[in-house]
Design a protein around this ligand. Structure first.
Ligand SMILES: CSCCC(=O)/C(O)=C/O
Ligand SMILES: [Fe+2]
Length: 202
């Protein structure tokens, strides 16, 4: 079905100037992965910077996720035809220890990673173009898209609980390809799209 102008408008990612998403450069101390790992002093990473890495974000109302016209417009415009809900917590996630370990292994995917936090919170870490870690704090209402080929990982924070919608174009493929993947076609495509001088693609 054709996308209307209203739907295009609703589906636009958060303008960088009024985004509430908080992100910062990480220290590399070997403490619990669920701690914030902020540098001292803190070095924030703005949404404008995340956009240059191809990371998109929206602020949605998680209370109305089943009927939200904005979420519906994003799905229509971007072709997200698949949705499911995952609860990440020691009590609710089968094979919790194994899964949490694999989420935190640095990896890429052959497609976008699209997550909408419905409840709780957690951290998505992404590598910037100089290979430094940026930690993105996601809480209820935050929807983010990590582009194909970006090195990333996920951890719960100290709240130990997140409930997230996973979205996908077509049949989902969750396979992580752990680093190093520098010759993988998804990685080389990412590097070509986002290295300095290139124009970020939405
Ligand atoms: C909050 S969803 C769990 C993390 C995940 O699905 C993933 O693929 C991390 O890279
Ligand atoms: Fe992932």
């Amino acid at each position: 079905m054709a996308v209307s102008e209203v739907e295009y408008h609703l589906a636009e990612p958060q303008p960088v100037e009024d985004s509430e998403l908080e992100a910062w450069y990480m220290d590399d101390l070997p403490a619990d992965q669920r701690l914030p790992h902020r540098l001292k002093p803190n070095r924030p990473a703005g949404v404008a910077q995340l956009r240059k890495l191809g990371v998109l974000s929206w602020k949605l109302n998680p209370v109305q996720y089943e009927t939200d016209p904005k979420l519906q417009a994003i799905c229509k415009v971007r072709g997200y035809s698949y949705q499911d809900i995952i609860t990440v917590s020691p009590e609710k996630l089968p094979a919790y220890e194994q899964k949490i370990k694999s989420f935190f292994e640095e990896h890429i995917h052959t497609d976008e990673e699209i997550r909408y936090i419905l409840d709780g919170s957690g951290y998505f870490d992404v590598r910037d173009l100089n290979d430094a870690w940026i930690r993105i704090a996601c809480k209820a209402g935050d929807m983010i898209v990590l582009p194909e080929g970006i090195y990333h990982r996920f951890t719960l924070d100290e709240g130990n609980y997140t409930k997230a919608m996973r979205l996908f174009v077509g049949e989902p493929v969750w396979t992580p390809y752990n680093r190093p993947q520098d010759q993988h076609s998804s990685r080389t495509k990412y590097v070509e799209r986002f290295t300095a001088g290139s124009i970020p693609v939405q």
